[in-house]
Design a protein around this ligand. Sequence first.
Ligand code: GLV
Ligand code: GLV
Length: 320
Amino acid sequence: MSKIVVTGRIPEVAVERLRAEHEVDAWSAAEAISREELLARVAGADALLTLLTERVDAELLNAAGPQLKVVANVAVGYDNVDVPACTARGIIATNTPGVLTEATADVAFALILMATRRTGEGERVIRSGQPWKWGMFYLLGSGLQGKTLGVVGMGGIGQATARRARAFGMDVIYQSRSELAPEVAAELGARRVELDELLATADVVSLHCPYSPATHHLIGAEQFAAMRDSAYLVNTARGPIVDEAALADALRDGQIAGAGLDVYEHEPQVHPGLLELDNVALLPHLGSATVETRTAMANLAADNALAVLAGTQPPTPIEK
Ligand code: GLV
Ligand code: GLV
């Protein structure tokens, strides 16, 4: 029997599966665990199930101790995990790819529609009690049909977003480290381009790349200047890929038409300049937030932890 520490609330079915085989210490309070509490609790753990709000660094791994075998992040993005520090200690780090692809693409598309059709703005008008009435030129947005979606980072979520764009009658271009398989490119009608061309061409730019030092502020003042003034930016990936202060400037100065964000540079803070603007739709990081998806993520993280503790290959290690 091993000791598993679960650092935040996750769906109970996954906790029960862990409990069936091991001793489980699961943080169950509604508020996130404090760093001090976390460092104390992980001592002696053989496995950690972690949330994206926890920093898994050398300090935390050392606090756990040399018996720690697996860090199972309950997220696809793993910028919160120091993977080299895990590898150096012989700890296997895992994430949850695949299971949140459709849910996140749904929210990317929701943001595309919120930004281009000004639906958040419209909802705010009603709730504010301001008078309103139908008008030929009232809250006019921008249609998507015949427009071009530019996908930055064509992994599972980028492809799922592109598939939705096709159904809306959009053309798709993408920038990615690797070329799509020919049959997938054909299905999506997607053409691979350099980032410069994508920014200059796309009517909607949607970010789906991982966050790493290489993508820090990938989209900043220079990139906003390169975009069309009628274009929109959507970010459901990670906040720091976008220079948020530069985004606020670009939106205020009309360098781009609008934006939709689910993630923030200094989460949960939102740049105050963005809060003042009507042409940006703001959601509180809920890309994967469906009952089905969160359950699947927790179960996949549990599968990963249980596999490593049983001495077998985990289904989704970060480094293959
Ligand atoms: C959510 O943001 C995730 O990376 O799973
Ligand atoms: C991400 O691209 C995924 O496969 O979930």
